[in-house]
Design a protein. Structure first.
Length: 354
């Protein structure tokens, strides 16, 4: 399996000089609003997406000029800045951002940089020589099944101020379901999700998704609660083989629009996907989800401790700083935990004063 090992960034958005080391299985990015959680998640996605060749050509990589053009396009389409230079950290005068991504296999690693005055140009300082064989998946906080009908063709024919991640994920959602032995193999992974949803997800000939509930019939995705639609997205990506025994999942705020019962189910789903071979990166500030993941990981002997990494981001004088460890208990700065404990103290004090 080809996994992300390390990312080094300098003067990129809110980051000054940061180096991130990743677990081969699960990576949890924690932090307050504005600390760079989503920026880190999107950057990783853009880099992996650039390394994946959708035409299925494995080697060799294209020319340096073409690689630079493709990389700049991915960064602009994922972040949607006015120009590429807007992603350089703000300071007086000109500045230059640099990024280096390392995989566990050297031919896939590369590094690049770009300046404040760059419009659509990057400079590749280290070239990769191979394409990644598996596509990355990016899941935003909201679900995408309800906008799926006609979205791909609309995105391709019109200028929309929407991130490329939505388009990329809708393409993957539209892939045909697996058949044969592999379809049978995914049943263990898909059954718990279908129990949560109460049925199975399917795509009809008109390009609309439905939930087929035994004894009731087909329910339009628009009529389901958004939390259930998020589970339906994962279910669809599993049955198409995109998220099964391979690949990379970048999930921004999995807990968004989920009640505690569904957050527990989401945590279990994340752990099961990790066990199946998917390298997962999630961004969250939800303490309930963090604790649920810790509980499930402690109960599993299939995921080595070194395979998991927690990355805590926090702001210091407007610059994002980071702290990382293989266990949540070893992280000193967790804003979500601090705020939760302070609220507990306030609540107890209120109860005592009555």
């Amino acid at each position: 399996m080809i996994t992300l090992n390390k990312l080094k960034v300098e003067s990129f958005t809110v980051f000054d000089k940061s180096e991130f080391f990743f677990g081969s299985r699960l990576n949890v990015i924690i932090g307050e609003n504005g600390s760079g959680k989503t920026h880190l998640l999107k950057l990783l996605y853009a880099l992996v997406h650039n390394s994946f060749n959708s035409s299925k050509t494995r080697t060799p990589r294209s020319s340096k000029t073409k690689q630079q053009q493709d990389l700049a396009e991915d960064l602009i389409n994922v972040f949607r800045p006015d120009s590429l230079g807007r992603l350089v950290r703000r300071q007086q005068g000109r500045n230059r951002a640099s990024v280096a991504i390392d995989f566990n296999k050297t031919p896939y690693s590369y590094a690049f940089s770009f300046a404040t005055n760059s419009h659509t140009e990057v400079q590749l300082d280290k070239l990769s020589s191979k394409f990644l064989p598996d596509a990355p998946v990016y899941l935003p906080p909201r679900e995408l099944l309800s906008i799926f009908p006609g979205f791909v063709s609309l995105y391709e024919s019109r200028h929309l101020e929407l991130e490329q991640t939505w388009y990329d994920t809708c393409l993957l959602l539209g892939e045909p379901a697996l058949r044969g032995p592999r379809a049978t193999a995914i049943s263990k992974l898909i059954e718990p999700i279908e129990q949560v949803m109460g049925g199975t997800v399917f795509l009809d000939n008109s390009g609309r998704f439905y939930l087929r509930i035994p004894g009731i019939g087909n329910i339009e995705m628009h009529l389901l609660a958004e939390g259930l639609r998020k589970f339906a997205m994962i279910a669809r990506l599993i049955v198409t083989g995109t998220l099964f025994e391979k690949g990379y999942l970048f999930w921004d705020e999995p807990e968004a629009n989920l009640n505690p019962r569904l957050i527990k189910a989401a945590a279990k789903l994340i752990v099961e996907l990790v066990k199946s071979g998917v390298q997962i990166f999630i961004a969250t500030h939800n303490l309930f989800l963090l604790r649920e993941l810790e509980i499930l990981l402690a109960q599993s002997d299939e995921i080595p401790a070194k395979g998991c990494q927690y990355i805590s981001l926090y702001l210091e004088n407007g610059v994002s700083r980071s702290e990382s460890a293989s266990s949540l208990s070893h992280i000193k700065t967790i804003v979500a935990l601090d705020e939760s404990l302070q609220q507990s103290d306030r609540y107890l004090n209120m109860a005592r004063s009555k």
